[in-house]
Design a protein around this ligand. Structure first.
Ligand SMILES: Cc1ncc(COP(=O)(O)O)c(C=O)c1O
Length: 487
């Protein structure tokens, strides 16, 4: 067996248990504070899990962004960083990694994924522009609208089915894409955006066949194809698992096929390479020259782009490591385990299990709450209260208001429980399932939320909410009744 392939380890008991092919060598102490303190923390943080302090958080499942565990090789590479404003050898090593792993000749470094979105927006989006995409990501949408553009989300209907067996819910609807281009005019479409492992609908991948179909339309109309590769490694892993044509291909081959079909590849290195930073890359020199001047303007010189050289080194090593299936499989396999174990208790989860986290369907979990009371936000707050586990609201709180200031309700109300790479143990995942089970049995006690402070942009980060009744106190009382003095 190739040591970099997904481990196939059968248990004598017959249980399907994801086994780690790494050992833990550096640890960080966790804090599990009593529920009374957790309630106080929620009140201080305006019932927004972004506003919690990690001293109050037991398992931090907010995100996988910048929270994946680094490897020994990444950390040791950081020590050889070449601190130079211009011409740093660290950048040269990163450039080589981009060419080797992503097959792209030109690299523009940026401080993180949204900085790439800002540069693409500044270069290509104008008032009246429309960007077709499989689905939006919060920061991608915010930058497009900031530059006067709008978006068209073109998923197939299956994508919105919560409990599904469709392997590629992130696929772009090809017929609709062509319709949208004809309706709005090629001249108003600066690029088509494909997001690998579509984040906001449950980390759902697209297939390579779908990407080829999108490429054919992009060619037919002469429109650029932009790949958001932040979660490319995981999308490639699921292509290998689920797309017949690629079941015997290596991660390296799959990734190169995907990037090779795109004109521009951008990414958040906080996700893609378990480091910090981000990048925009291309094989098209004209595109490179169009974007190049914007990097020193917004980010920093072309050989660091606002990223510390230590992180540049970690990024280069991390990129090579995404080709190692024993690394890349860990998070999706833990997610799969969490999802199917939770479903045994009837907990409504997004299926098939995707990447970056397990997603709980708050619309069904809190069926008694209308969307006007933010069921996903309420579920995220309630779950933190009873477990100390911090998830993220991915529903209407994460949506932005429309151009007239009206509230827009999300297609899905999700509690995302992120599973960053190689961070949690299986007993911690078991704890998550246990507390989720208890909360599901007591779900009628969860009440709604309302905004008390709402910032104009990306409101989910800084917004403050309040419960619509004293439901958190009642939920806490029930917890004490059932768990006694347990943390
Ligand atoms: C798909 C996707 N694109 C872009 C971004 C933005 O990246 P960053 O947080 O590094 O700005 C993210 C971050 O979570 C993401 O998931």
């Amino acid at each position: 067996m190739n040591p970099n392939e997904t481990p196939k380890v059968k248990f004598y008991s017959g249980h399907d248990v994801p086994i780690e092919l790494h050992k833990v060598r550096i640890v960080q102490k966790l804090h599990l504070v009593p529920i009374e303190r957790r309630l106080q923390a929620l009140e201080e943080g305006g019932y927004n899990t972004f506003q919690l302090n990690t001293l109050d958080v037991f398992l931090d499942m907010l995100t996988d962004s910048g929270t994946n565990a680094m490897s020994d090789n990444q950390v040791s590479a950081m020590l050889r960083a070449d601190d130079a404003y211009a011409g740093s050898q660290s950048f040269m090593r990163l450039q080589k990694a981009i060419e080797d792993v992503l097959g792209q000749k030109f690299l523009l470094p940026v401080h993180q994924g949204r900085a790439a979105e800002n540069i693409l927006g500044k270069a290509y989006v104008r008032k009246g522009s429309l960007v077709p995409m499989n689905y939006h990501f919060t920061t991608a949408l915010a930058h497009i609208t900031e530059y006067g553009g709008s978006i068209a989300e073109l998923l197939y209907d299956e994508a919105y089915v919560i409990d599904s067996v469709h392997p590629f819910k992130g696929n772009m609807n090809i017929e609709k894409l062509e319709e949208v281009i004809n309706l709005h005019g090629i001249e108003n479409i600066p690029y088509i955006r494909m997001e690998a492992s579509t984040n906001l609908i449950g980390g759902q991948p697209f297939s390579i066949q779908n990407l080829r179909d999108v490429r054919a339309i992009a060619n037919k109309y002469g429109i650029r194809l932009v790949l958001d590769a932040s979660l490319l490694g995981e999308n490639a892993y699921l292509v290998k698992q689920r797309e017949e044509e690629f079941k015997n291909s290596s991660m390296a081959e799959i990734i190169k096929v995907m990037t090779g079909l795109s004109d521009i590849v951008y990414f958040s290195a906080r996700k893609l390479s378990s480091s910090r930073g981000g990048g925009i890359c291309t094989n098209n020199e004209k595109v490179y020259r169009e974007l190049e001047p914007l990097v020193p303007l917004f980010e920093g010189f072309l050989t660091y782009g606002g990223i510390s050289v230590r992180e540049v080194e970690a990024m280069a090593v991390g990129l090579y490591e995404t080709l190692d299936e024993t690394m890349i499989c860990q998070s999706p396999e833990f997610i799969k385990y969490l999802v199917y174990e939770a479903k045994k208790y009837g907990i409504p989860m997004i299926t098939p299990p995707g990447v970056l986290g397990a997603h709980v369907d708050a619309m069904k979990f809190c069926a008694h709450l209308p969307q006007t009371q933010y069921p996903a936000g309420a579920l995220a707050a309630a779950f933190f209260l009873i477990s100390g586990v911090r998830g993220m609201e991915r529903g209407s709180v994460s949506n932005q208001r429309d151009e007239y200031g009206n509230e827009t309700y999300a297609d899905m109300e999700l509690l995302r429980l992120a599973v960053p790479r190689r961070v949690f143990t299986l007993s911690q995942i078991t704890y998550v399932i246990d507390r989720l089970h208890w909360l599901y049995e007591n779900r009628e006690l969860i009440g709604g939320l309302k905004f008390v402070y709402e910032p104009p942009v990306l409101r989910f980060f800084m917004g403050k909410l309040a419960p619509t009744s004293d439901w958190p106190q009642k939920l806490m009382a029930k917890f004490r009744e059932d768990f006694g003095d347990s943390l």
